[in-house]
Design a protein. Sequence first.
Length: 167
Amino acid sequence: MRSSNGAGGGVLPRFESRKARIQVMQTKVKIVYKPDRSTRHRQPIFMAKVPAGFPSPAADYEEDKLDLNKHLIRNPAATFFVRVTGDSMVKAGIQDGDLLVVDRSIKPRDGNVVIAVVNGELTVKRIRIHKNKLTLEAENENYRSQQINEEMEFEVWGVVSNVIHAL
């Protein structure tokens, strides 16, 4: 098993690489995108809080322009986007078709949602690190967790920092 996250690692146990085929991954990465930071498409932002009940008469003014790149991307050189397919992460707020913002510069820690490669397949799961053992957990009771062992090919591509989905 290779354990690397492109940021120097240090938190994941390291094992020798051997191959094994285990089909457990349910939510997979459909498409990988790089961010386009060349666009300067700013949208208006209203600084007043928006109540979920009745509208506030004080919220009738535009405060500034919003650039989503500044809010969603902390490290542009280490950031990429993936489109998700599957439903094993619904309790984490990740649904089929969602777009995930993934940062390779963040070291994966226990409890992070990560994009990982397991035996050659990309997947999104919550990583659990306990007593030098790695487990990838689904966030849907219909799916089981997967313990990563030394006979598996494994690599963390990055930590999910944001989820983008339509209502």
